[in-house]
Design a protein around this ligand. Structure first.
Ligand code: GUN
Length: 293
């Protein structure tokens, strides 16, 4: 049996469940709606928002995308968010990060109505996650990693987990999800970051490693206990003279060396990435259901 965790296949299972819920809403006369906001022309953001738009359409979610120029002021962006907050046809709002440097990201994320915050970045939703209050939205990437672990039958309760990276989008919420006193959680979580002494020693103790620090091939085979589960969140562009455009994307994990000794491992691409979109779509249908109870 392969030890690969097939994120594409599991994302498709979730998409099928979400499409079914969207269809049920449609029968009740509710069209689930998701608004994307992109500021500037960051190439990666264009690709990501494009993928999210396509998936929305495939599942029956009506999406709209506002593309604002790089020079957009914070006040203009806040005005657009206020309009979307007040628009009953919009159930979810996603402001794609990164934003231009003159705009304060935290102010923008705090301006999205918590009920429409399908990214799970609003302080109310961040707080609910910390408190174990399941009525909030959880950020899509760590929620996707969690769902991959659950649907792959990985035992989380009592496990030693090492999360690499303390970002607000993945590392911190991942830690909060897995240490919760709850079903499919109850792990002992160590959050390692750039000031951690001897990261390798922490990793070698881990039953589950979640790599989300954004350093290409950071996790080496001598850092992984044979049989451990390795989840690779990283998306790093590295030079590759043999590639058409001179570069390619790799994860935070030295996959080729680690796959033979891992218990389970996500490929990259095709592991965590597709799950981020699946959880976004799931959050959106939940927002639409909640708005129409
Ligand atoms: N940029 C990178 N990941 C994300 C995400 O999950 N949501 C948003 N809004 N921007 C991102």
């Amino acid at each position: 049996m392969t030890n690969l965790i097939d994120g594409r296949a599991i994302a498709e299972q979730i998409h099928a469940e979400t499409a079914q819920r969207i269809a049920v809403l449609k029968v009740r006369g509710v069209q689930a709606g998701l608004a994307f906001v992109r500021v500037g022309e960051d190439p990666a953001s264009r690709v990501y928002v494009g993928m999210k738009e396509k998936t929305s359409e495939r599942l029956g979610i009506k999406s709209t995308t506002a593309v604002l120029p790089e020079a957009t002021t914070q006040a203009e962006l806040l005005a657009l968010i206020a309009k979307l907050n007040a628009d009953a046809s919009v159930h979810g709002i996603l402001v794609q990060a990164p934003l231009p440097a003159h705009i304060d990201q935290a102010t923008i994320f705090s301006a999205v109505s918590p009920a429409k915050d399908v990214d799970g970045f609003h302080p109310v939703n961040v707080g609910k996650l910390m408190l174990g209050d399941t009525t909030g939205f959880i950020p899509c990437t760590p929620a996707g990693v969690h769902e991959l672990l659950i649907r792959s039958g990985v035992k989380i309760a009592g496990a030693e987990v090492v999360v690499l990276g303390r970002g607000n989008i993945v590392g911190k919420p991942m830690t909060a999800i897995l240490c919760q006193k709850a079903k499919h959680a109850d792990a002992t979580v160590t959050l390692c970051h750039s000031r951690t002494r001897d990261v390798a020693a922490h990793c070698r103790r881990a039953d589950i490693i979640v790599a989300a620090l954004g350093v290409a091939h950071f996790v080496k085979v001598d850092m992984v206990r044979p049989g451990a589960v390795v989840m690779d969140v990283g998306v790093n562009r590295i030079a590759d003279p043999t590639a058409k455009n001179g570069s390619r994307l790799v994860g935070d994990v030295d996959f080729a060396a680690i796959q033979p000794i891992a218990g389970r491992i996500t490929p990259n691409p095709g592991g965590v990435g597709p799950m981020t979109i699946a959880m976004l779509m799931q959050n959106t249908v939940r927002a639409a259901e909640a708005a129409n109870q």
